[in-house]
Ligand binder design. Structure first.
Ligand SMILES: Cc1ncc(COP(=O)(O)O)c(C=O)c1O
Length: 449
């Protein structure tokens, strides 16, 4: 089929690609290079979305894409149920010293974050012989059936798809807005409330002997970029230890350097029983991991885990290169330096007498950072943070304006929140450029009202 123009090709896509996919930009990306993407119509944009936290080392990093290209000419598909392949084992070798706890020594590679979550739930149910899973209010774990069932960030992910997997219970998460508390409420207070709710949940809804696992993101992602307070994570660990419940830490978005540590759970020092990783793991090649301890995974029957493409050789080779680049380029140093600059730029906006009142919160860790705006409508008339003097839909309007100004940036959560997920190796200059675009967009939208 011949397309006479760019717009007819976009129209073709808009017609034939399922409406089930939402899109930030009407356009066709033809090239990605470092922190930038180029569209077929000639637009070049600074990418502060990193393909939703995936191209952490920039688009088409020479060493990572080079490793994948080289692997393509050796072995593309080894198939994990046929035999081992080299990159699979090399990747485990690279990952072992990076683990947040030495007990995490057993690996299963899959393709997507959702699949990793499915694997974690299956493992937890299998080894505990229990069914129920406790998830967090605001959690996002994916769109496949098990992952969707433990997702609580927005109903769009489950609307029309019920009945969901049964045996899922929801715990309040220590996020001030969801709990109707002010943004400066000490996290210890929020955590104490939620841990008390956990005790109630275990005595009123799901008995410990029926509870297989608690699943939690180290930083709630789709639910608003809210780091889980260390005291909350420690409280969960204690409850899990007391009752033989497994703690699943989902590091799909927060892991692999994103927050300035290899894994965000390191901020608390809490030991996961099972950890899920994906996204930045292979810088854009589809790869995820379910990581646990051998003592647990040895209880699985051979054949109960697997998948045609699980642990693809090209994706694993790319991931080996990612792990090497992370060390060679001292990525964590860059994340922490750029993070300080990003927080400083956002807090400067917050201190501005005109813009400050529009900003309820600046939060996050490393380069997983969010700005939550005030709103005149809230999630309901009872939302205590409704402010009728504020412009409507600040987050989506600011994001759209950033796109017009040449920067890709995403919103998150049911609240008016923008998230910053630039590449982890972004330069000082590009970070400053993105902050300037964002500040201009906020100023313009607030002025327009
Ligand atoms: C914390 C978390 N878990 C799981 C997933 C699902 O990953 P995927 O989209 O690769 O299936 C995501 C995706 O955004 C995520 O952020």
């Amino acid at each position: 089929m011949a397309f006479s123009s760019h717009s007819s090709l976009v129209d073709f896509g808009n017609y034939h690609v399922t409406k089930g996919i939402a899109r930030l930009v009407d356009g066709i990306i033809t090239k990605g290079e470092g922190s930038y993407v180029t569209f077929e119509d000639g637009r070049t944009m600074l990418d502060f979305s990193s393909g939703i936290g995936v191209t952490n080392f920039g688009h088409c990093h020479a060493k990572i894409s080079g490793a994948a290209a080289e692997q393509c000419m050796k072995l593309v598909h080894g198939q994990c149920s046929i035999a081992f392949h080299g990159p699979y084992l090399q990747l485990i070798e690279r990952l072992l010293p990076m683990m947040p706890h030495p007990s995490l020594d057993s690996f299963f590679f899959w393709n997507s974050g959702s699949e990793a979550v499915e694997g974690a739930i299956k493992l937890a149910r299998n080894v505990t012989g229990r069914q129920n899973i406790i998830t967090m209010q605001g959690a996002y774990h994916g769109r496949t059936f098990g992952a969707m069932a433990v997702t609580r960030s927005k109903t769009i992910y489950s609307e029309g798809f019920h009945p969901l997997m049964p045996g899922v219970f929801t715990l309040p998460f220590p996020y001030w807005h969801q709990l109707g508390r002010s943004p400066d409420t000490p996290s210890s207070e929020l955590s104490a409330f939620c841990l008390d709710q956990l005790a109630l949940l275990l005595s009123q809804q799901s008995s410990p002997r029926d509870t297989a696992a608690i699943i939690i993101e180290s930083v709630i992602g789709e639910g608003g970029y809210v780091p889980a307070p260390p005291e909350f994570l420690h409280g969960l660990r204690e409850v899990c230890d007391k009752h033989g419940i497994l703690l699943i830490i989902d590091e799909v978005q927060s892991g692999y350097g994103r927050t300035g540590k290899n894994f965000a759970i390191e901020y608390s020092g809490v030991r996961p029983d099972i950890m899920t990783v994906a996204k930045g793991l292979a810088n854009g090649f589809p790869l995820s991991a379910v990581i646990s301890r051998k003592e647990l995974t040895d209880q699985l029957k051979a054949g109960s885990m697997g998948g045609t493409y699980a642990g693809n050789a090209v994706a694993c080779a790319a991931a080996v290169a990612v792990a090497d680049v992370m060390k060679e380029e001292r990525i964590l140093d860059n994340v922490n330096a750029r993070s300080a600059e990003l927080f400083s730029a956002l807090n400067t906006l917050r201190a501005d007498p005109k813009l400050g009142p529009c900003i309820l919160d600046v939060r996050g860790q490393g380069l997983m950072v969010a700005v939550e705006f005030a709103s005149p409508v809230g999630t309901s008339p009872h939302d205590p943070f409704i402010n009728s003097t504020m412009p409507e839909k600040l987050a989506s309007r600011v994001a759209k304006r950033c796109v017009q100004k040449g920067m890709l940036i995403l919103t998150t959560s049911v609240y008016e929140t923008i998230r910053f997920i630039p590449p982890l190796n972004i330069s000082k200059e590009d970070l400053a450029k993105g902050c300037k675009i964002f500040a201009e967009a906020v100023e313009e939208i607030v002025r327009e009202g």
